[in-house]
Write a protein that binds this ligand. Structure first.
Ligand code: ACO
Length: 346
């Protein structure tokens, strides 16, 4: 037996940066960004952390689901941009909302992350370990993009979305999932912490971070490590990602529809990762589905990676655009590369 989504919530930072604002810092224009991506503005965290945004989205989902926090058996947070490595963000959320009976873990499958969290929750529900799961996508991407790189910084934003999934004998679930690590170099972000230990000044034979007089990065004797440190911002081969998404997302969705023997015309809505509007238009064209069935909010938030789908789901529920019985396919795709399409009925 699987679970149904019984409540959603989201958190969007108040502060935002428009395309016009960006022209003060980088050589770009509102016209270029709008034409190529559909993004008009992106919300940027200020005092809040990624974990704070996750907790705020979770509180709203719990409230709308009308459940008590101690009914939550499991919390999964998907993020590539948490403000901490330890402890995991899910444990932070557990503490903030008081979900004392939940076990908690984080996952990282980039923009596919919310779907993987959903699929994982469904698997735990199906084997009977969990009745009620809280799943969250939360991203503070503004901290990991290079704001001087006009090829990437224009795309991304911050935010969080959450859903409560509860065991229900009417719930249906099926999925198709893919990963292709050989394409990993198309979208990367190295972890700065990982290079600290290797930053050894060979003449002194000690870490530059341990040597107060030698804090200048330029003194680092390992050129390669310095290059890696620079890569602690998002690096992307935009065209490779574009081609991957426009070709493989429709194929994955078609495979799922074939698996569950459903026609595209029977699907009420395709709730897709909001990478950018041109990718979504390309997917619609290949699938031969009208754009009205592919809701978009990328103009308002940009690409918030694993937070895109739950933020969009929350908007659709709040606006009354999803009703009981609606047949939905959700699909996430991104770094790894990873890709998944999942079927549900509201
Ligand atoms: N403003 C103005 N000009 C720009 C900008 C900018 N912000 N960024 C790049 N350009 C310039 C380039 O320098 C280049 O100039 P040149 O011809 O003089 O060399 C020109 O515009 C074309 O650059 P391309 O990189 O070829 O532009 P492209 O048409 O491929 O569009 C884009 C770039 C929007 C990133 C596109 O490749 C794309 O949509 N890729 C998908 C990436 C994506 O959505 N990633 C999100 C993360 S992954 C995920 O969520 C699945």
């Amino acid at each position: 037996m699987f679970g149904k989504i019984i409540g959603t919530g989201s958190y969007i930072p108040e502060h935002f940066i428009t395309n016009e604002d960006l022209t003060n810092y980088i050589d770009t224009s509102d016209e270029w960004i709008t034409d190529r991506t559909g993004v008009k503005k992106r919300h940027i965290m200020q005092d809040e952390t990624t974990a704070d945004m996750a907790a705020e989205a979770a509180k709203k989902a719990v409230e709308r689901a009308g459940i008590n926090v101690d009914e939550i058996d499991m919390i999964i947070v998907s993020s590539v941009s948490s403000n901490v490595i330890l402890p995991n963000t899910a444990c932070y959320v557990q503490d903030k909302i008081g979900a004392v009976n939940a076990f908690c873990f984080d996952i990282n499958t980039a923009c596919t992350g919310f779907i993987m969290a959903y699929n994982t929750a469904q698997s735990y529900i199906d084997i009977g370990l969990v009745q009620t799961a809280l799943i969250i996508g939360a991203e503070g991407l503004s901290k990991i993009v290079d704001w001087s790189d006009r090829g990437t910084c224009i795309l991304f934003g911050d935010g969080a979305g959450a859903a409560i999934v509860r065991k229900d004998d009417k719930a249906v679930f099926d999925t198709v999932m893919y990963a292709d690590g050989s394409m990993g170099a198309a979208l990367t972000c190295n972890n700065g912490f990982a290079y600290r230990a290797t930053l050894i000044d060979k003449t002194e034979n000690k870490s530059i971070y341990q040597n107060e007089e030698n804090k200048q990065i330029s003194k680092c004797s390992q050129e390669n490590d310095w290059n890696q440190i620079q890569n602690t911002y998002v690096q992307m081969n935009g065209q490779e990602i574009f081609r991957f998404a426009v070709k493989q997302v429709p194929e994955c969705i078609q495979e799922l529809m074939k698996k569950i023997q459903i026609n595209k015309d029977e699907i009420d809505m395709f709730v897709l990762h909001q990478a950018n509007s041109r990718i979504l238009q390309g997917i619609a064209k290949r699938l031969k589905v009208p754009l009205e069935k592919i809701p978009m909010n990328v103009s308002e938030y940009g690409n918030t990676s694993s937070a895109c789908i739950p933020i969009l789901l929350d908007e659709l529920f709040q606006e009354g655009k999803l009703k009981e019985g609606d047949k939905i396919i959700m699909s996430g795709f991104g770094a790894g590369v990873t890709l998944a399409a999942t079927y549900l009925e509201v």
